[in-house]
Ligand binder design. Structure first.
Ligand code: PMP
Length: 361
């Protein structure tokens, strides 16, 4: 059997084995066509079926009707947050950003390059919490409100989503899309880099309301207009066919295995197990995030010194657990618990957390 390590990377992250195995077959021969998935024309029936299935699975999982466009694009979440103001920030308007972490900062910077954009959450920028709804200083007539539902770097996560005071709300859901059933009815656009909870890197999912798309600017490059991709079924130019195939397999299996309700049950159990192991050794491990705002996807903590952090990571690797080093901007330890991480993986990590503290505390 193939050797598979326990993978807690933040993205690209571990992917479900069954879908990877299916993709391995399709690499050489897609659905008995004698042509591998990488070699099929994106205009041919074999690939178009895959493409439409991937879009259909996203619709089914998130309850999206035809009022929404489901786009499978390239360029990553970074390109989407750069093209968002190109499409939707018009002269004389202001875009609002709830900056609750490093990725929100980057998104705001891109908007400020193009027009008037402000941070509406004047909170301490150590990012240890998510501001309450009333702390979002939304103003009437704004172009949109942008927020990040889960801060991958800082390990904070929104529970209830903010409202835009009448303005369309846009959510960067890169690191917590598909982790639980999610009501998107209050939002106008959602985007997520695939490489965490959806599939491989090289693909970004954009969900956008068609009535909002109709109002978007037309004076930008064709390829950067979300409306272009909507009008072409997300086949305006050559998509990342391989990434879409693997994603199709992952999403189909997610639906088959109980959908998002079942995913939420598993994800909550995983997060609860790890946080409780860390809390039980609270003198040894420091968890910076305020409890109600702890992320179920990215768990961050630190030990007494950077040297001890490094030893934790090294010894965990010896036990087959990888991807635990914190982001270069934050240091410390981070365990990402996306859908493909099993309860068994988390149980092993939780036991290691306990044993390491007892050995070194
Ligand atoms: N937003 C969030 C919340 C992220 O976690 C990331 C990637 N870690 C990005 C945006 C940027 O994604 P990409 O690398 O696909 O541009």
């Amino acid at each position: 059997m193939t050797h598979r390590a326990m993978n807690f990377n933040a993205g690209p992250a571990g992917l479900p084995l069954e879908a990877l195995e299916e993709t391995r077959e399709a690499l050489l021969d897609l659905d008995h066509t004698g042509i591998g998935v990488l070699e099929h024309s994106h205009r041919g029936a074999a690939y178009e079926r895959v493409h439409q299935e991937a879009q259909g699975h996203l619709r089914a999982l998130l309850g999206l009707d035809e009022a929404w466009s489901v786009l499978l694009l390239q360029g990553g979440a970074s390109q989407v947050f750069a093209t968002l103001p190109m499409n939707f920030l018009k002269p004389g308007q202001r875009a609002l950003y709830a900056v609750t972490g490093g990725w929100g900062e980057k998104a705001l910077e891109e908007a400020q390059r193009l027009g008037d954009a402000v941070d509406v959450t004047p909170m301490a920028k150590q990012y240890r919490r998510i501001p309450a709804a009333a702390e979002h200083r939304v103003e009437a007539g704004a172009a949109y409100l942008h927020f990040t539902s889960n801060n991958t770097l800082e390990g904070t996560q929104y529970d209830a989503f903010p409202t835009g005071g009448g303005a369309p709300v846009v959510c960067d859901m890169s690191s917590d899309i598909l982790w639980r059933p999610t009501d998107l009815s209050g939002l106008s656009m959602v985007y997520a880099g695939a490489q965490k909870n959806i599939g491989p890197s090289g693909l970004v999912v954009v969900l956008v309301r068609r009535d909002w798309l109709a109002e978007a600017r037309r004076d930008i490059a064709t390829i950067f207009r979300f409306a272009t991709h909507d009008a072409n079924g997300s086949l305006y130019n050559t998509p990342n066919t391989f990434a879409v195939y693997l994603t199709r397999c992952i999403l189909r299996n997610l639906l088959r295995d109980g959908g998002l309700a079942e995913a939420e049950r598993r994800n909550r159990a995983k997060a609860a197990r790890l946080y409780s192991a860390l809390d039980a050794e609270a003198g040894f491990y420091t968890l910076p995030v305020e409890r109600p705002h702890r992320s179920a996807m990215n768990v961050v903590w630190r030990l007494g010194s950077p040297e001890l952090d490094a030893r934790f990571v090294k010894e965990a690797e010896r036990e087959g657990m990888f991807g635990l080093k914190g982001h270069r901007s934050t240091g410390g330890i981070r365990a990402s618990l996306y859908n493909a991480v099993t309860l068994g993986d988390v149980e092993a990590l939780a036991q290691f957390v306990t044993a390491f503290a007892r050995r070194n505390g």
